[in-house]
Design a protein around this ligand. Sequence first.
Ligand SMILES: Nc1ncnc2c1ncn2[C@@H]1O[C@H](COP(=O)(O)OP(=O)(O)OP(=O)(O)O)[C@@H](O)[C@H]1O
Length: 615
Amino acid sequence: DPLEDKRALLEFLTIMRPTRSLNWNETSQVCNIWTGVTCNKDRSRIIAVRLPGVGLNGQIPSNTISRLSSLRVLSLRSNRISGEFPSDFVELKDLAFLYLQDNTLSGSLPLDFSVWKNLSSVNLSNNGFNGTIPSSLSRLNRLQSLNLANNSLSGDIPDLSVVTTLQHVDLSNNYNLNGPIPSWLRRFSSSSYEGIGIIPPGDLSIFQPPPPLAEQTHQKQKDHFLGLSETVFLLIVIAASIVVVAALAFVLAVCYVRRNLRRGDGIVSDTKLQKNKKKGGMSPEKFVSRMEDVNNRLSFFEGCNYSFDLEDLLRASAEVLGKGTFGTTYKAVLEDATSVAVKRLKDVAAGKRDFEQQMEIIGGIKHENVVELKAYYYSKDEKLMVYDYFSQGSVASLLHGNRGENRIPLDWETRMRIAIGSAKGIARIHKENNGKLVHGNIKSSNIFLNSERSGCVSDLGLTAVMSPLAPPISRQAGYRAPEVTDTRKSSQLSDVYSFGVVLLELLTGKSPIHTTAGDEIIHLVRWVHSVVREEWTAEVFDIELLRYANIEEEMVEMLQIAMSCVVKAADQRPKMSDLVRLIENVGNRRTSSIEPESKPKSENEASEASTPSEI
Ligand SMILES: Nc1ncnc2c1ncn2[C@@H]1O[C@H](COP(=O)(O)OP(=O)(O)OP(=O)(O)O)[C@@H](O)[C@H]1O
C-alpha cells in the first residue's frame, strides 16, 4: 500500500469531513478498496482521487492532497469546498485531469499553469473565481478541455490559438471579461462565450438606433412583393417540373416491373442484388434465388407474432443491408409492410439436424438484451435466419456513420446503456447450453438499441455451424482475441475480449481498425495501450464526449474495465457476469452522486430509440 499517500488522504479527510461516509480506514488497504481512489499498477502510488458530491466542506488543507505527487486525476467537483485555489497544488506535477467545478472557491486562478505540463482537462466552472485568465494556459500543449464558465473573471481573454489540442472551451457567463472575442474562441460554439458582456467585433448594430417601425414594415413588404415572391415563384415552377418528371418515371418503372413479373422473371441473382445495393434502392422483386425446396417451411419460434411464410418472404422486396462474415443480410418488406432482417448464410457446414439444434438453442433465448431469432429456414441450398428489423441501425452505424453536418452524436448516457445492455445480453448468452454457449461474433455492427435504448446483441452462436474453411477471419480482425486463430475456436473469454473492443469503440469513437489521415493503419487496442502507457491522458476519449459535463471519472473507470477485457492472457480477463456488475456500478454511482444542477448536459440527445420496426 502507498503508506505516505494514504496518510495524506486521511489527514485531508479528517479536516474536510464529508457528509457522505467513505470507507477510508487506517486499517484497510487503499488500492481498489477505498472509495474514489485509484493506485498505479504496482500499487506504490495513488494516481486518482475522485470524490464528486460527497459533501466535502471548507478549505482544502495545505500539505495533504499536494503530497500525492503522482496524482493524475483529481475530481472534487460538486462539493462545498471554499477558499482560494490551493497554492500547493503546484506539487502535483503529473496532474492531467482537474475537476473542481460546482464548489464555492474564490480568489484568483493560479498565475502559472505551465507547472502542470500534462494538463489535459480543467474544469473550474461554477465557482467564484475572479481576476484574469492566466496567459500561461497557452503553454499547455496537451490541453483539450478548458471550462471556466460561471465565475467572475475579468480582463482580457488570452490568446490560446497556439493550443492546437484544444477541443472544448467554455468561458461563458464571466460578465467582466473584456472584448473583443478573439478569433480562436470563435472557432468554438457561441455558447462558449455567451454572457461575457462584450461586443463581438464588427457588430455595431446595437449602437445604431432601429429604423422607425413604419419604415421597417415598408421594407418587409418590399422584400415580399419584389424580391421574395419572384424567387418563390421560380422555385415553385422548378419543383412542379421535378414532381411531374418523377411521377412519369415512377409510372414507367411500375409498368416495367409488372411486365417482368408477368413474364415470370422474378428471381434475382446476387449480382442483381449487388447492383441494387449500389443504387441504394429496394428491389421490387424476389430476393431468394434457387429456392427449390418450396415445401419446406419457415420454422417460427414460440411466441413469435409474425404471420408470414416462406412464400411471403419470397415475394417481399429486399434491400441488401450488408455482407458479413457469415453471409448477407437483407431488409425484407413484406406485403403487409412488415419489415424483417433476413440473414442468408453461406458456407454452413452443419447438417440439417445440427443446424436445427443450434437454431433451437439460439431461438430459445428470450432476453431484452438479446435480439430474438424469430424464425429460420434450412434447405440444401438456402439457410436463412429471420430477425426483427432495427430501423435506426447498429451501434456501429450510430457511432461511425453519418459524419456529415446533421450528425447526431451518441451521448454518454446512451453509450453507457449500450455497454450495460450488451454486457447483460452476452452474460445471458454465456449461461445458455449449460453455460457453454459462445457468441463468437461480438462487434458493434451486431449490437442494436432496444426499446429501452439499451444495448441488444445479435448474430450469436453461428461459429458452431459454419464451414471449417469458410470465414475469412480478417473481417473480425479488430475484435478477435489474440488466441483465436480460427473463428470456430472462439470461447467465452474471447467474447470478453471482443466486448472490451466494443467498449473501447464507445469510449474513443474510433473503429477497431482504422486508418489515419496519413494512411497509417491503427489497431484500436494497441493504440489505446500506447496512449495509456505513456500518459493517462484524455487523448483516448471521443471528442464528442467532451461536451458532457461530469462524466470524466466514469469514462476513466470504463476505460479501466475495457482494458481489463482486452488483456492478452485470456484467463486474466473478467467474466461477463462480473462485467455486468462492474459497469452497473459505474452507472449507479453516477446517478447517486450527481446533484441535480450538475447532471450531464445532454444538449444533443440522440434521436428516438430504434425499436424493432413497428409491425
Ligand atoms: N436485425 C437487423 N436490423 C437492422 N440492421 C441489421 C440487422 N441485422 C444486421 N443488420 C445490419 O446489416 C449489416 C450486415 O449485417 P451482417 O450481420 O450480415 O454483417 P456484419 O455485422 O457486418 O458482419 P458479421 O456477419 O460478421 O456479423 C450490418 O450493417 C448490420 O448492422
